[in-house]
Ligand binder design. Structure first.
Ligand SMILES: Cc1cc2nc3c(=O)[nH]c(=O)nc-3n(C[C@H](O)[C@H](O)[C@H](O)COP(=O)(O)OP(=O)(O)OC[C@H]3O[C@@H](n4cnc5c(N)ncnc54)[C@H](O)[C@@H]3O)c2cc1C
Length: 374
C-alpha cells in the first residue's frame, strides 16, 4: 500500500477511533467503517468508569500522550461507598481519582461522540451503516465483543438525589460480579453486573433496585432499561498477517471487573501506529509488553474473587484498613505478580473458566458462543 491509501478500520468505538487518530497522527489517511448509523450504539447515555488505578500515571495523561483528547465529560471520583452482603457500608477514599465518571452513547458529551468529533476534525473518514466482512488488503478490526463473558442490566434515570458513587458486592445482587449506583448532576445509572447466572438477570436487577432504595433512598424518575454484554480473553495473537485486532474484538478488557475503555484506546492507538508505520509486528510486541501481564493478573484475581462468596466479600471489605487510600489498594491488587501470572498459566493450561470460553455447553440466550437456544 502506498502512503495515500487509507488504512481501513472496522468499528467506530473507542478502539477504532483511537486507531484512526493514531493513523492520521502518523501522516496516513484513515477510513473507519461503522455498521450502525451513529457511534455509541451499544450505550444509551449510561455512566461508566474510565479506570485510573492500573498505573501511577493518570489515565488522562496517558491518553493525551497518545493524541486522544479528554473532550468528553469526565468527573473525577475520589470517594465511593461499598456495601457488603449485609448492607454494611464502607466509605472509601483516594487522593488521586480512582476513576473518571464518563458517559457512553451517541449524545454530546459522551466518550464516543467526543472521539468521533476529534477524529473528524483530524480528517478521518467515517462511513456509517457500512458493516465490514473482510479486509483483503489488511486493516484493523475493532468491532467490539463477540460473546458474553459478563453482562450488565440496569436502569438509566433522572433524579433529584445528591451525587454519589455506590457499589455492592453480594451474589444475591450480582452473581460473581458487583452492583452499582452512579448519580451525577441529576442523572443516574443503576445496574447489576453479572459474571454468571445470566438467565436470572431480571431478579438480580429487582433486588438491586430494592437494595439501593433501602440503603441510600434512590429515587428513579423516568427509568429506562438498558443492558449489554462484554467479553475478555487473552488472544494467542492479535494479528493475522496485516490484519490487527484491538479493543474488545481482541478480548482486551479487564477480566476482574470489566473495565474496557482504557485498554480499547491503548490497543487501538498502538494498532493504528503500527500499521501506519508499516510494522504490524510492533503491535504484537506492544500488547504483550503493555497489556498481557495486567490481563493475566486480573484474570487470576477473578478466579479468586469468584470463590469468595458472601463471607469472603464481607471479610475482604472488613480487612480494608481504615483511612487507607483505595486507589493504592486496588493498584496493588492489579499490579502484575509472578505468582499470579504463573497461576493464570496453570488455569489456562487446564482450560479453566473464566479464562477460556466460559459458556462452552451453555444454552444461555445472552451467550454469543453460537449455542443460543432457538
Ligand atoms: C453495560 C456496560 C457497562 C460497561 N461499563 C464499563 C465501565 O464502567 N468502564 C469501562 O472501562 N468499560 C466498561 N464497559 C466496557 C466498555 O464499554 C468496552 O470495553 C469498550 O466500549 C470497548 O471498546 P471497543 O472500541 O473495543 O468496542 P465497542 O465500543 O463495542 O465498539 C465497536 C464498534 O464496532 C461496530 N461494529 C461491530 N461490528 C462491525 C462490523 N462488522 N463492521 C463495522 N462496524 C462494526 C459496533 O457498531 C461498535 O460501534 C462496559 C460495557 C457494558 C456493555
Amino acid at each position: 500500500m502506498n502512503d495515500d491509501t487509507p488504512i481501513e478500520i472496522s468499528g467506530a468505538g473507542p478502539a477504532g477511533l483511537a486507531a484512526a487518530l493514531a493513523v492520521t497522527a502518523a501522516g496516513r489517511p484513515a477510513r473507519v467503517y461503522e455498521k450502525r448509523a451513529e457511534v455509541g450504539w451499544r450505550f444509551h447515555g449510561d455512566f461508566q468508569g474510565l479506570e485510573n488505578w492500573t498505573t501511577r500515571e493518570d489515565v488522562l495523561e496517558e491518553l493525551a500522550a497518545l493524541g486522544v483528547e479528554a473532550g468528553f465529560e469526565h468527573t473525577p471520583v475520589r470517594e465511593l461507598v461499598v456495601f457488603d452482603p449485609e448492607g454494611r457500608a464502607r466509605r472509601l477514599h483516594s487522593r488521586q481519582p480512582l476513576f473518571y465518571l464518563v458517559r457512553r452513547g451517541g449524545e454530546k458529551g459522551t466518550v464516543d461522540d467526543a472521539l468521533k468529533r476529534q477524529a473528524l476534525a483530524a480528517g478521518v473518514e467515517i462511513r456509517f451503516q457500512t458493516p465490514v466482512r473482510r479486509f483483503p488488503n489488511g486493516g484493523i478490526v475493532t468491532e467490539g465483543p463477540h460473546r458474553a463473558d459478563a453482562i450488565a442490566a440496569g436502569y438509566l434515570f433522572d433524579t433529584g438525589m445528591a451525587d454519589g458513587i455506590y457499589a455492592a458486592v453480594s451474589d444475591r445482587l450480582a452473581c460473581k460480579g458487583y452492583a452499582y449506583l452512579l448519580v451525577n448532576r441529576g442523572r443516574g445509572t443503576l445496574a447489576t453486573c453479572l459474571f454468571d447466572d445470566f438467565h436470572n438477570e431480571r431478579d438480580y436487577l429487582e433486588r438491586c433496585v430494592d437494595f439501593f432504595e433501602r440503603q441510600v433512598g434512590v429515587r428513579m424518575d423516568n427509568p429506562r432499561r438498558f443492558g449489554g454484554s462484554g467479553n475478555f480473553g487473552l488472544p494467542r495473537t492479535a494479528r493475522k498477517g496485516d490484519i490487527l485486532y484491538a479493543g474488545e474484538a481482541a478480548g482486551f478488557q479487564d477480566p476482574l471487573f470489566g473495565f474496557g475503555i482504557r485498554w480499547a484506546v491503548l490497543s487501538g492507538a498502538a494498532a493504528g501506529r503500527a500499521l501506519a508505520q508499516g510494522d504490524p509486528a510492533a503491535y504484537e510486541r506492544f500488547w504483550k509488553r503493555r497489556l498481557r501481564a495486567w490481563h493475566e493478573t486480573a484474570a487470576t484475581n477473578r478466579w479468586f474473587y469468584e470463590r469468595l462468596g458472601e463471607r469472603g466479600y464481607r471479610a475482604m471489605l472488613r480487612r480494608f484498613p481504615d483511612g487507607a487510600d483505595v486507589r493504592d489498594w486496588v493498584q496493588r491488587a492489579y499490579a502484575p505478580r509472578w505468582w499470579k501470572r504463573a497461576w493464570y498459566r496453570l488455569l489456562a493450561a487446564r482450560r479453566h473458566r473464566p479464562l477460556l470460553d466460559p459458556h462452552a455447553g451453555c444454552d444461555c440466550t445472552w451467550c454469543r458462543c453460537r449455542r443460543e437456544t432457538a
